[in-house]
Design a protein around this ligand. Structure first.
Ligand SMILES: [Zn+2]
Length: 436
């Protein structure tokens, strides 16, 4: 396949996708899903549209081989977060290509990957390629940005047999970064868990005009906030982080030294990578008295806590004790949300295939495992299919993580069109490599 044709077709498909307004809520993904269904079925995919609701369906498309074998699934969501056109230089639903960039909401997260996956599958199928064994599956879903209730979560629980797969490629990795004189591509192998909690201080109410009456609970949170503002470093070097440190040429036994060197080479890189290595505690909400003239008897700060995969509440509690101290008299700490992280082994055929592809297509560069501090639809597939190897990977060579990262969910989201060609080539090559 001609790389320029692949890139041109991917640009066209992404423009079409950007022009469907799929801001979630409400999502309204049906027109985009129907467009993709026509596009891939014309090339020879067997398709099915499955939806919990009429307006918000999902697409499952299969290209089956002659013989049984593994199923490789390319996953993507077609919904987006909102966009305020007044804040943009180009209309967020224009899909215009200006100065080598395709502009629009979803151009990075993640209609671009949907387009590259679809174009790669279509180009292979149109050429007459079929898997020697197994199945190439495309799954394009609604409703990722608000949790997947009618998207990936719904599909994997109510139609598990239709989306079961051995290998899954989804969002969450692939933007390149430079370190140690090399270009590196993150392959997202794991996602952190969420262990949110409240810290509540107790006191006694009183009239605000007489500050020594009562016992002001809000003031008891002052030292808590000060400690959260000045947290000691803490690193949990589990398998994924260890593999990442080795991949970037650092010693897994010295994460603090690695972070210092990373920060010295590019502070923004440390900001992005350090949260992969430990439990993070981020206070985001607070409340106290309901009235300006009443001393609060109760005050609360809410903390968004993220825990590396493989670790649970114990690790969160250890970190809380480390930051707030063992003595938390008068404070109560209560977890409000506990979701463990999820991961796939860093040691797999898919990882080796990605590593080979990166070396062949960007000489001198390498692929390294990374951990997503947030989470994606991969968790539903890992939950439903424990043997599935799921990675986030959408290779971006020209627009690295420092350029692309800040544009996601932001104004002026746009993608370097050369990366659309680069990524489409990747999906076509990996399908041939894994399915023969
Ligand atoms: Zn996304």
């Amino acid at each position: 396949m001609n790389p320029e044709q692949l890139q041109g077709e991917c640009v066209e498909v992404l423009q079409r996708l950007v022009r469907f307004n799929t801001v979630n809520p409400p999502g309204n993904e049906r027109p985009a899903i129907e467009y993709l269904e026509r596009y891939v079925s014309q090339a020879g995919f067997q398709t099915e549209i499955l939806g919990a609701t009429d307006e918000r369906p999902n697409l499952v498309a299969d290209l089956r081989g002659e013989q049984d074998g593994p199923t490789l699934c390319f996953l993507g969501h077609v919904d987006t977060v909102l966009a305020d056109a007044a804040e943009w230089q180009h209309d967020p639903w224009s899909g215009d290509v200006v100065d080598g960039f395709l502009w629009g909401r979803g151009s990075l997260d993640m209609k671009s990957q949907v387009a590259a996956e679809a174009v790669a599958g279509v180009a292979l199928a149109r050429d007459g390629w079929r898997p020697a064994r197994g199945t190439l599956k495309l799954v394009f879903v609604a409703d990722e940005e608000t949790g997947g209730d009618v998207g990936a979560q719904w599909l994997t629980t109510t139609h598990a047999d239709k989306v079961r797969c051995d290998f899954l490629l989804n969002e969450g990795g692939g933007e390149s970064f430079e370190y140690g004189g090399r270009r590196l591509y993150g392959v997202c192998c794991a996602e952190k868990g969420v262990f949110r909690f409240n810290v509540t201080a107790h006191g006694a109410a009183g009239h605000a005009s007489l500050p020594r009456t009562g016992d002001n609970a809000l003031l008891k949170l002052a030292p808590v906030l000060a400690k959260l503002a000045d947290q000691p470093d803490s690193y949990e070097v589990t398998d994924g982080p260890a593999a990442l440190l080795r991949g970037i040429g650092e010693d897994p036994a010295d994460p603090a030294g690695a972070m210092a060197r990373l920060g010295a080479s590019e502070p923004r890189l440390r900001t992005l990578i350090e949260p992969m290595f430990g439990v993070t505690l981020t206070p985001t909400m607070a409340s106290a008295s309901g009235k300006i003239n009443v001393i609060p008897s109760r005050a609360q700060v809410r903390v968004d806590c993220r825990v590396p995969p493989g670790l649970g509440e114990d690790a969160a509690r250890r970190r809380i004790a480390q930051v707030l101290g063992e003595q938390t008299d008068g404070l109560s700490i209560e977890f409000t949300e506990e979701i463990e992280g999820n991961q796939s082994s860093v040691d797999s055929d898919v990882m080796r295939a990605i590593e080979r592809w990166v070396r062949a297509n960007d000489p001198g560069a390498a692929a390294v495992p990374v951990i997503l501090p947030g989470f994606s639809d991969s968790r539903w597939f890992r939950d439903a299919f424990p043997d599935c190897t799921a990675y986030g990977f959408f290779p971006q060579r020209h627009q690295g993580i420092l350029e692309a990262g800040p544009l996601v969910h932001n104004a002026d989201e746009r993608i370097d069109v050369r990366d659309l060609g680069f990524a489409t080539g990747f999906f076509a090559d990996i399908a041939r490599e894994l399915l023969g």
